[in-house]
Design a protein. Structure first.
Length: 374
C-alpha cells in the first residue's frame, strides 16, 4: 500500500456520541435538523449521513440540489432541505423528488409553481425570511404579500418558515431584534400550526429553551465536536472532536545559522538547526497564514513552523528532536499524550474560522474512518 502523505481521521463513534449529547440537551419540542452541506463540513457526506441515520436523525439540510441527490442516492424516508437559492432550471428537478427547496424570492416561487403545474403535482417548500442577515430570504417587511401569493398557488405547500442570524455570538441585541421580527410575523399572520419554524443553529444553541415559537434547530458545527468561535454557553454538552489531521516527515536535514527558509526569505535560522520538511501544504488545506505562528506535534512535542508554508510542504524546526526521521507521523490538528492543537486554535492562528478550516481540507487529503459500525 502506498503510504499516505496527508490524511484526516474521522471518529464516527465520537460523532455519534456528539449527536446523542446534543439531542439530550435539546428541548423536547425541537426537531434536530443535521446540516451536512459542503461534504458534511469536509467529513464526508455519505459516511456522516449513514451514521446519523443509525443514530435516529431524520432531517438533513444541504446547500444545493447536487448534495441533495447525493443523499437521495442512499435511499428514501428522511427530510432533505435545500438551503441555497434555486437556480433557473433546477425547479424542474423538484417535483417528485421529495426535496424541500428554500424559497427566497418571487422569481423562485413562480418558476417552481410553473414546474409543478407542468408536472401535475405539488411540492413542499420552506420560506426564508431576511430579518437582517442581508443574504437570502424575503425582506421581513414584505412577507405578508408573499404569504398571500403562496395561498393562491395550488401546487405549493408551505410547510416551514425560517430565518438566519447574522452574529448570535457577538451581537445578542441584534439577534434578539431578528427573533422579534420573526415572532411578529408568526403572530401577525394566520400560519398553519404544523409549520416547521427555525432560526437557531450551533452558535445560538444555548438560547433554545427561551423561545417557544421555534420548533426546529439546524445543527452543523456542534455535531462535529467544534464550538462556534470557540464559545458555547451551554454546560449540558460534552462534545468530542471528530476530525484529526495528519501528515508525515518527508525529509530531515541540518542547515547552518543564517540560512534563509522558504519563499520570500522571511525567516533566517538564528543557530545551526535541524529541520524537517513535511509532506503537506496549502494544497492540502493548511493556510499560509498558519505558518506565522503555528506549530505541529512530533513525538509529543510542539515543533514551530518556520518560513512560508508552500503548496506541498511545511518546514518545521526539529532541533530539539535529534533522533527524528523521515516517515514519522506529524499531528496538524489533534492531540498526543501531552500536546494538543485544537481545530479552534488552528483556525484562530490561521486568521480564519473553524467552518472554513474544515471545508478547506482538500480532496487529495485521504479521509480515514475509524470506529465504523459493522
Amino acid at each position: 500500500m502506498i503510504p499516505l502523505r496527508a490524511w484526516t481521521e474521522i471518529d464516527l463513534s465520537a460523532y455519534e456520541r456528539n449527536l446523542k449529547n446534543i439531542k439530550n440537551a435539546l428541548p423536547k419540542h425541537l426537531e434536530f435538523v443535521s446540516v451536512v452541506k459542503a461534504d458534511a463540513y469536509g467529513h464526508g457526506l455519505p459516511q456522516i449521513v449513514e451514521r446519523s441515520l443509525q443514530s435516529g436523525i431524520k432531517a438533513f439540510a444541504v446547500a444545493n440540489i447536487h448534495e441533495a441527490f447525493e443523499i437521495r442516492n442512499m435511499g428514501v424516508g428522511w427530510t432533505i432541505l435545500l438551503l441555497g437559492a434555486l437556480l433557473p432550471g433546477e425547479e424542474h428537478f423538484i417535483p417528485n423528488s421529495g426535496f424541500i427547496p428554500t424559497i427566497s424570492s418571487l422569481d423562485e416561487l413562480n418558476r417552481l409553481n410553473k414546474a409543478c403545474e407542468l408536472n401535475g403535482n405539488s411540492t413542499d417548500i420552506h420560506l426564508k425570511v431576511d430579518t437582517g442577515m442581508g443574504r437570502l430570504g424575503i425582506w421581513f417587511e414584505s412577507i405578508g404579500e408573499f404569504l398571500n401569493l403562496i395561498k393562491d398557488m395550488k401546487c405549493i405547500n408551505l410547510i416551514g418558515i425560517y430565518t438566519h442570524f447574522s452574529d448570535p455570538v457577538n451581537d445578542p441585541e441584534f439577534t434578539l431584534l431578528q427573533r422579534q421580527r420573526m415572532e411578529n410575523i408568526l403572530e401577525s399572520y394566520a400560519l398553519p400550526k404544523s409549520l416547521k419554524i427555525h432560526a437557531d443553529n450551533s452558535a445560538s444553541f444555548s438560547d433554545l429553551d427561551k423561545y417557544p415559537f421555534f420548533n426546529a434547530v439546524r445543527i452543523g458545527l456542534l455535531q462535529y465536536g467544534v464550538l462556534p468561535y470557540g464559545k458555547c454557553k451551554s454546560d449540558k454538552l460534552k462534545l468530542s472532536p471528530t476530525l484529526s489531521f495528519y501528515t508525515k516527515i518527508g525529509l530531515v536535514k541540518e542547515l547552518p545559522k543564517g540560512t534563509s527558509i522558504s519563499y520570500g526569505r522571511k525567516h533566517f535560522l538564528d543557530k545551526d538547526s535541524k529541520i524537517a520538511i513535511l509532506t503537506a501544504g496549502y494544497g492540502d488545506g493548511i493556510p499560509i497564514a498558519y505558518g506565522e505562528k503555528g506549530s505541529v506535534i512530533i513525538r509529543d512535542q510542539l515543533c514551530p513552523i518556520i518560513g512560508q508554508i508552500t503548496m506541498d510542504q511545511i518546514i518545521v524546526d526539529v532541533t530539539m528532536l535529534p533522533e527524528v526521521e523521515a516517515g514519522e507521523k506529524v499531528i496538524l490538528i489533534g492531540s498526543s499524550e501531552n500536546c494538543k492543537i485544537g481545530l479552534e486554535e488552528f483556525s484562530a492562528q490561521s486568521r480564519t474560522i473553524p467552518w472554513e478550516t474544515l471545508c478547506s481540507i482538500t480532496k487529495r487529503v485521504n479521509r480515514v474512518y475509524i470506529n465504523p459500525r459493522g
